[in-house]
Design a protein. Structure first.
Length: 133
């Protein structure tokens, strides 16, 4: 009986955790303005381009022309890396065509460099809150 209960417990844990494992992913592409991608217009040449200011939403555009929203990262962070090759790791949602980023790395001089992390942002927010009180 104990073996049967243990088996059900293990299977239950796998059933609960499987969706988390199945959605963990890494997406590589470039950061682009959503409007220019869906309308097929020329995207900004660099972050200093005034067109960046007109974009409310930035996405990750893959080489295969798929795109992913990054809803948990502020647009100003994404705007800093317009047209740069990036690698975003996190939880992928095929339903919403999005990735909840844990880290964003940018390609600089042929190597990946950490540009943003959820953990670092959380740490900085906590530090700011402690100073405010």
């Amino acid at each position: 009986m104990k073996k049967k209960n243990s088996l059900f417990f293990v299977l239950g844990c796998l059933f609960v955790l499987l969706p988390v494992w199945a959605t963990a992913a890494t997406v590589e592409g470039t950061i682009q303005g959503y409007d220019c991608v869906v309308t097929g217009t020329v995207c900004p040449v660099g972050k200093e381009d005034p067109y960046v200011a007109t974009q409310d939403i930035f996405i990750i555009l893959t080489e295969g022309k798929d795109y992913y929203f990054v809803p948990n990262v502020d647009r100003s962070i994404l705007a800093r890396h317009v047209n740069q090759k990036v690698r975003v790791s996190g939880e992928l949602s095929s339903k919403y065509n999005s990735i909840k980023a844990e880290t964003i790395e940018s390609m600089e001089k042929g190597a990946w460099k950490l540009a943003w992390s959820a953990e670092e942002e959380k740490r900085m927010r906590e530090q700011i809150e402690r100073r405010a009180w």
